[in-house]
Design a protein around this ligand. Structure first.
Ligand code: G1P
Length: 297
């Protein structure tokens, strides 16, 4: 029996400069898609996959995240007094039990690999997941759950993967595929943010990982990689060299790049259209503006 994946790391230390001035005082991960912060989608996905321990790698100015997952006695009392049971239910999904959540500081912005490494003592010797909350994935079966099921078959390290247009590959970690077995591909190398002519494929890494503890050991000796940062991609690639298998997993679902404004807006529209209480009104508005636009052409 494989050891179950029960711990997940959420790297949330980034400055979120692409969303300034909003992120001057609000952590990017608290920004909302409709009425739920980005980080809530990540937590829900992790829970659905069986995660029991949530490890946040934070930085200065991310205090709002800790408050978000805390109980809010005064607010809860007020809602109870007003008999707002539905809202109380919604609040419940944001609470974490004591000891379920841990915060580790990344003291210097040295890259994603370094952020994950900061959580090494909390992971110890177990397989673990990494979720990048910027990558929001709408899926019937949550992406990490799909990956946990795949992991039960394959073991090793698994990264979420998605085909991207060749001109976009340079924005991602890119897989060098050894064997394509359908949704699962075995990987013989990985390159972080390759130049167009150096991309080994157009299969890009998306922000969901199931990793073995050896990746943390590799991070002990990682040097600066692409962009002068310590890259998680390089530590996973080093595992292949050490003889540990790495797989890419083509998940079923739609991924939104909520690290970019356009992606964030697309996700907002998609998630709003998926809501019974908003669909009709928003749909009508979108149709109206499309028609006005067509008439103007
Ligand atoms: C990170 C990873 C990259 C991955 C991407 C997915 O890059 O380093 O390998 O493809 O997330 O969103 P970032 O977007 O933080 O530059």
């Amino acid at each position: 029996m494989r050891k179950k994946v029960t711990k997940a790391i959420f790297p949330v230390a980034g400055l979120g400069t692409r969303f300034l001035p909003a992120t001057k005082s609000v952590p990017k991960e608290i920004m909302t898609l409709v009425d739920r912060p980005l980080v809530q989608y990540a937590i829900d996905e992790a829970r659905a996959a069986g995660i029991k321990e949530f490890i946040f790698v934070t930085s200065r100015g991310k205090g709002a995240l800790e408050d978000y997952f805390d109980h809010a006695p005064a607010l809860e009392q007020e809602l109870r007094r007003k008999n707002k049971t539905k809202l109380l239910e919604i609040l419940k999904s944001t609470n974490m039990d004591s000891g379920e959540i841990a915060y580790v500081r990344q003291h210097k912005a040295l890259g994603l690999g370094h952020a994950v490494w900061c959580a090494r003592r909390l992971i110890a010797n177990e397989p673990f997941a990494v979720i990048l909350p910027d990558d929001v994935i709408a899926a019937e079966k949550p992406c990490l759950q799909q990956m946990v099921e795949a992991y039960e078959e394959t073991g090793g390290n698994i990264v979420a993967a998605m085909e991207v247009p060749p001109e976009k590959a340079g924005a991602y970690g890119v897989l060098d595929v050894a064997e394509d077995m359908g949704p699962v591909v075995s990987v013989k190398g990985m390159v972080e943010k390759p130049k167009a002519e150096e991309a080994p494929s157009n299969l890009a890494v998306i922000g969901r990982y199931i990793l073995t503890p050896s990746v943390l050991q590799n991070l002990n000796r990682m040097k600066q990689g692409a962009g002068g940062e310590i890259q998680l991609t390089d530590a996973i690639a080093a595992d292949i060299e050490a003889g540990n298998p790495v797989f890419g997993y083509r998940f079923r679902g739609q991924r939104f790049d909520c690290g970019s404004k356009a992606g964030f807006l697309q996700a907002t529209v998609a998630f709003a259209l998926a809501r019974d209480d908003l669909r009709e009104e928003l749909w009508q508005y979108l149709n109206e503006i499309v028609q006005v636009d067509k008439a103007a052409q």
